[in-house]
Structure formats: C-alpha cells, structure tokens
Design a protein around this ligand. Sequence first.
Ligand SMILES: Cc1ncc(COP(=O)(O)O)c(C=O)c1O
Ligand SMILES: N[C@@H](CCCC[NH3+])C(=O)O
Length: 440
Amino acid sequence: MFLHGTSRVNENGHLEIGGVDTIALANEFGTPLYVYDVALIRERARSFKHAFENMGVRAQVAYASKAFSSIAMFQLIDEEGLSLDVVSGGELYTAIKSGFPASRIHLHGNNKSVAELKMALDHEIGCIVVDNFYEIELLKDLSHNYSKKIPVLLRVTPGVEAHTHDYITTGQEDSKFGFGLLNGQIEDAIDSVLQSDGIHLLGIHCHIGSQIFDTAGFVLAAERVFEKIKEWKLQFSYTPEVVNLGGGFGIRYTDEDEPLPATYYVEKIVEAVKKQVNELNINMPEIWIEPGRSLVGDAGTTLYTIGSKKTVPNIREYVAIDGGMTDNIRPALYQAKYEAVLANRVTDKHEQPVSIAGKCCESGDMLIWDLPLPEVKPNDILAVFCTGAYGYSMANNYNRIPRPAVVFVENGEAQLVVKRESFEDLVVNDLPLKSKVSNQ
Ligand SMILES: Cc1ncc(COP(=O)(O)O)c(C=O)c1O
Ligand SMILES: N[C@@H](CCCC[NH3+])C(=O)O
C-alpha cells in the first residue's frame, strides 16, 4: 500500500490525511471529494526553493497553476514565497482575486487575446512569456499605452523530445508552442523585440514536457539554449537576465514510476547552466523553473463512494463510483494509472482485483483497471492517490455531473476551499427558449 506525506492508517483502520480521518471528511463534505495534504505541498515547495538556495543561485520557482488552481491554492503558494505561472485570463483573474503579488506572476499561452494581455499589463505582472510573432506585434501595439517597458521571456522549442506521453510532450520541434530554436525563428523574434522601445527582453524560456523521470532532457535543453546564447552574444550583444527551463518533473503514481527528488533535478539543471556560463564567460542568469505536478500531484487524494457492481463471469468485476472522467479525465485521456485503497478498511486483506468504473455514459470512463481490493460493499469509500495535479483542474460537466468539492487538510483541521457544484450551478448560464418566457 502506498502511503505518503501525512497519510497514515488510524486506530479505526481508516485512511487519515493531515491528521484528519478521511471517512469523517466524506461524511462532512460528501463525495467525490478532492483532499489536499497541505503540509506535503509546503514540503515540496520548500525543497525546490532550498535546492536553489543551496546551489547559491538566484532563482524563481513558479508554480504552474494549471495543475490545480483555486484562490486558496494561490494563497498557499504565496505563503511559501513561490511565483505563479498562469496561462489564461481565467487563471490570471483567479491569481489577482487571491491577492497574489502581481510582480511574481508570469503569463503563458500560445494564443493570448488582446484582453488577456491588457489584463496582465494593467496589473503590471512580472513577465509575459511570448509564444509567437503575432503576440510580439500585439505587445508592440499595446506598449504605446503603457509607460513601463513590458518585461518578456521568449519561449523556444529546443528540439528535445522528453520521454513521456505524446500528448504531453511540448519541447520537440514540431510543436504548437514557441519559437523554433534551431530554425532561425528565435533570432528573428529577438531582433524584433530588441528593436522595440516598449518591450524589455528579460530572457528565454523553454519547457520540454511533463512527467519526466530523468535529468538528461533538461540538461540537453539547457545546453542547446546556451549554445544559442553564445551566438546571440555576438550577433545582438545580448545575454539573457533570466533563463526559464520550465517544469515537467515526474511523480510517482504507481510502482512503475521512479521519480527523482526535486533537489536532484535542480542540482543537475544548475550544474549544466553553471558549466555553460563559465564556458561563455557571461553573467550567471537567474534560473527559473515551473513545476506543477511535482508540487501538488501526490498531495491530492480523491474520495469516492462505491455504488453498483457488475460481474462479467470469468472475465472481470466492475465496481462503480460516484465520479469518474468528469473529475479525473487522465485515465481516459492518457491511459494514466493510479493506486487506490478502501479508505474505511485500509488494512483488510486484498481478496480480488476489481475494475473501477466511473458513472458517465461512456465505456471509456474507467478509472482503474484490475485494482486489488478487499471485497467491496456499497458505501465503502475509495481513496485514489496522487490525483492532485490535472485532476480537479481538468474536471468537466459531462452528463451534467457537478464538479466535486475540494478540501485542504493540515494539522488535524479540514478547510473547504472549493465548494461542490450544485445542480443550480449547472443551469445558471442556461437561457430558456424565447417562446417559453412569459411576459411579466
Ligand atoms: C510551459 C509549461 N510550464 C510548466 C508546466 C508544468 O508541467 P508539470 O506539471 O509537468 O511540472 C507545463 C506543463 O507541461 C507547461 O506547459
Ligand atoms: N494535463 C497533463 C499535463 C499537461 C501539461 C501542461 N503543459 C497531464 O495530466 O498529465
């Protein structure tokens, strides 16, 4: 059984997280329920920060908020002194609502709208990570309306293919993101930005993919970027103040995954950068990274209530839960694997494998195949581990299933941080047919 962070089995044989009995949580807040182990998020955040401090380099660790965004989450990230990467007006709005210091917000996106860019500029956020030539032109136009130069990073695709699922690989050359590093595009972009009076070229950004388990890809990406920095020094007399090497550090979902500690990734990245900086004889840039999954992934657990069962003789037993692809689409989208236990009978003997089905009208709505569990009964509570990243944030309302609630647990206390959606919430934007509206 996989227990991590503050998770443990208490004297009632129940799964406990953050000193709170998960069965009590299910009773109080209902299911499906996302439960976040706040102490574990703090620990992960601190280990990234300390790793940079120990290496003696100036750095920013920006939480890639797409992994899980909410007002309380952003406030927690602010408490830990991290920066914040947002990729849309909605994430930016949430950050601003949470009171997150604008100077530590970075805006990403391969198709930022003028409204999103204006929102970022009005709030004087820390930087805009520019993705394409169209965006450079938009920023040049917008810059006339602002007195301060717009700080930007230019995002490059370094041509590094990280070992991960195809859909979540972003650093390869054939990608929708960023300027090609190897095909001359980035030089055109640098030239254009350096010629603009309204834009300040703070540095370069690259991100090679997600759920990556070795450091070779990061080192290679850093080497490629610095080879180019050497050329830019001669060509433009330009050296970046900031090099952002993105996120993508892998976590353990099942025994098949062998993650490295955060400190190890940071050490290898910083060593690679220092080596390049010495060779080029340039000032050490600030190193920025953007971890999402590795900050929140294993801190999240989803609780579900078990309902119906179906046995297909000699083949398989299906056990259905009260959620599924609406609250966790990763198994359907990426064939992602998870481990789970019965939270109300954690130590009972595992009798047989069962397959956990969601409640959506979709055959592909299967959460876990062939999971060894004790004999399950209706109303047992299933706890699925490591759902903290890209779970709630990718939740949807397929079949008009309301999105779950989210609680933070820490030091024996639980706090509701996202309310469960109600049926009323589901129809709040619906408008009736004109012919059904009575004249009042
Ligand atoms: C630009 C960028 N930064 C950071 C991340 C965060 O990645 P992860 O959650 O794997 O750390 C992503 C997602 O892959 C991304 O696209
Ligand atoms: N949503 C993906 C990761 C996306 C990474 C964002 N660039 C996942 O669940 O693994």
